[in-house]
Design a protein around this ligand. Structure first.
Ligand code: GCU
Length: 674
């Protein structure tokens, strides 16, 4: 096989007496034999219980009974019972112990599958099974991964090898596809976009005969684990594939072309969920060319997909990437909001706007995107990135769930209550059912799937968080550690420490006070303070001899005022703005006193020294796990920590030297600055 099984590695033995006492699986579901999800649940339980607890589970198919009458007990051993129960929410399950038996009840087979994986987690964590009583319903309807995989096998912003979906312009369906689907489903993922949002070359042809059979095959593997397949679309496909001379969304010819294409595509791939579109963004085609709006473009596709229940996910990552750095009025941060807010309410019900968590682009710290909660009449979905493009590229450890938690907890004030980002993307705020959360995936064909072994915590964590956003980042981390590496206390505590220190540490030795973008252009790895300062991308820090930061207050670009009150007043006022976002919103003198009592310049120096110390401490703690983690994993991680230590120093020294030279202000602690 070569590759690893991560948190579904059933060769790891557990000590769980109750699991050892189970001998049967009773499936009390009509026609269960025809249901691949139920069959896969059974298989998963059999393999997990045998591998981890040594119990061989015999299958008993007992149909025709309702779940109310579940009485699984057998004289010769206990059972796990799978049963449907009416009246439960879609995808929800109830996992409970009953007189030595274990019952998973759900209203649909996805619920049974999720309950199954939950039970397996409980066994892995050696929890008591008899007393289980876990009633879980996913908070968000859409829990999605966006793969930026290209058909030549490369992955845009991929840091863990090549694609396992594509190779040399062909689609791969093999054992790894199934294992991917199992891993994703086990944490609650129910939708996957297989190809990069930048749709070019062969990928444009995914919706044609050339690939449809293979896409269907892939979609069937996904469907057996409750996952709907989505594809990214090339907005100009009618021109590239259909030889039309326009892609104008209001042209009858173009509309007709899409209607026929959708009929074919959905006809050939019944499990298809729909499409993701990046339009009029970073050079990708879109409706602007024809003087039309995003709503015109999205609705045209939505109308064509609607007869088949298809969903159109339209990205809001739209900005002018040909900006002049001399121009202080244009503000990239504003552009998503400015482009979409005027069209609130104009999108069809099967359109979802996918909004990046911040207004710029997955920096280590950004304010929450003002469209989230700005839009009130449009389906909204939150986009985060677990591929660590700007957060160490899976060479540095950066556990991102604490960041995502903060974003989800952010109050938008779109209403008096139930107004957080979590409420919005769960559909509570505006009564929406097409909403949820998507993450740009961090997987590739490396043996450990994610490059850094601990980056798997971001994949695992994203799924768990989108299913149960009320879980804390700590709870998720603990769970991931125990299901992956077992229940040794030292391993658990050390890895907890590493995960939970990692985002703060990364922020400390890289970007100060929310400014972002001091990265090497193009590859986005490593420091380059002025790398983007005089470029066309709209990503400036505006540092001069006196201070640093972008004035986005009412006196500057006015971005701060795009938020609802009281957020707008807080961000607009440099006295009230939280320290960690100060330079995002204001141009501030180096001598300005932060709420922490430090000056801006001293904060820059201190945090960069502290960040490096934190990484040294992390590396030291990690070394104590030698012999306690699987050898291969230990060695891989040790190599990454060495690199992280070295690169953190590079960050510290370049950033500190830059600001020392700009400001001429010495470090009050007299440390070495170059
Ligand atoms: C970032 C990233 C690109 C990507 C883009 C997007 O800018 O660097 O590679 O295409 O985001 O989200 O579309």
């Amino acid at each position: 096989m070569g590759y690893e099984q991560l948190w579904l590695d059933y060769t790891r033995k557990v000590s769980c007496k109750e699991a050892e006492g189970i001998s049967y699986i009773c499936v009390k579901i009509q026609d269960a034999k025809q249901d691949a999800l139920i069959a896969n649940s059974v298989k998963e339980l059999q393999e997990a219980f045998l591998g981890m607890a040594g119990s061989r589970l015999t299958l008993r198919q007992e149909c025709g009974q309702d779940a109310g009458a579940v009485q699984a007990g057998n004289a010769d051993g206990h059972s796990i019972c799978l049963a449907f129960r009416e009246g439960m929410k879609a995808e929800a399950y109830h996992l409970f112990g009953e007189k030595g038996d274990i019952v998973i009840e759900a209203s649909d087979s996805r619920g049974i599958l999720y309950g199954t994986f939950d039970l397996i987690r409980q066994v892995q964590m050696e929890n008591s099974l008899h007393t289980l009583d876990r009633f879980k319903a996913p908070a968000m309807p859409m829990r999605m991964l966006n793969h930026w995989d290209n058909m030549d096998g490369s992955i845009e912003r991929g840091y863990s090898g090549e694609s396992f979906f594509f190779e040399k312009n062909e689609i791969i369906v093999n054992d790894r596809t199934r294992d991917y689907a199992r891993l994703a489903a086990s944490v609650g993922i129910n939708a996957v976009v297989i190809n990069n949002v930048n749709v070019k070359d062969a990928a444009t042809w995914l919706i044609t005969d050339r690939y449809l059979d293979k896409v269907r095959e892939l979609s069937e593997v996904f469907a057996e684990y409750g996952i709907r397949l989505y594809m990214s679309l090339n907005y100009a496909a009618p021109m590239e594939l259909g030889q039309l001379d326009s892609a104008d969304p209001l042209s009858d010819e173009v509309r007709d072309w899409w209607h026929k294409r959708m009929e074919t595509v959905f006809g050939r791939i019944p499990n298809l969920g729909g499409f993701l579109i990046k339009a009029d963004s970073e050079g990708r085609p879109g409706p602007f060319t024809y003087g039309r709006t995003h709503a015109d473009g999205a609705n045209m596709l939505a109308d064509a997909a609607a007869p088949y229940g298809g969903i159109i996910i339209w990205r809001c990552f739209v900005y002018n990437c040909m900006q002049d750095w001399r121009d202080y009025r244009t503000d990239r941060a504003r552009s998503g909001y400015d482009n979409f807010i005027g069209q609130d309410g104009m999108f069809r019900d099967n359109v979802i706007l996918q909004i990046k968590n911040g207004p710029m682009d997955f920096q280590v710290r950004e304010p929450v995107h003002p469209l989230l909660g700005g839009l009130t009449k449009t389906n909204q979905m939150l986009e985060v990135q677990i591929a660590q493009e700007y957060t160490g590229q899976q060479r540095h450890l950066c556990y991102l769930i604490p960041m995502f938690k903060q974003i989800l907890q952010f109050r938008t004030y779109a209403r008096e209550e139930e107004d957080t980002v979590m409420d919005i993307v769960s559909g509570r705020t505006f009564g929406q059912h097409n909403c949820g959360m998507a993450a740009v995936a961090n997987t590739g064909n490396d043996d450990n799937w994610t490059g850094h072994d601990m980056a798997a915590a971001n994949w695992y964590g994203f799924g768990r968080l989108s299913f149960e956003p009320e879980l804390s980042a700590e709870e998720i981390a603990r769970e991931w550690i125990r299901v992956t590496y077992g229940n040794d206390e030292q391993v658990e505590e050390t890895l907890m420490f590493l995960l939970m220190s990692s985002w703060p540490a990364y922020e400390s030795y890289t970007s100060p006070l929310g400014i972002g973008w001091m990265v090497t252009p193009d590859n986005h790895y490593g420091p380059s303070v002025d790398g983007y300062e005089y470029s066309r991308w709209g990503t400036y820090h505006r540092a001069d001899h006196w201070g640093i930061g972008v004035d986005r207050s009412h006196e500057g670009t006015g971005y701060a005022l795009l938020y609802r009150e009281p957020n707008a007043s807080v961000y607009d006022d440099r006295e009230k703005c939280p320290d960690e976002l100060l330079l995002f919103f204001h141009h501030i003198p180096y001598t300005w006193k932060l709420r922490s009592g430090k000056t801006v310049i001293q904060h820059i120096y201190d945090s960069h020294f502290e960040g490096v110390e934190a990484v040294d401490e992390m590396a030291e703690q990690f070394e104590k796990l030698q012999g306690k983690l699987p050898d291969k994993a230990y060695r891989r991680m040790a190599g990454r920590f060495m690199e992280q230590k070295e690169h953190a120093r590079e960050w510290r020294d370049q950033i500190n030297a830059y600001f020392y030279r700009k400001s001429g202000i010495i470090d009050e602690k007299g440390r070495k600055i170059y």
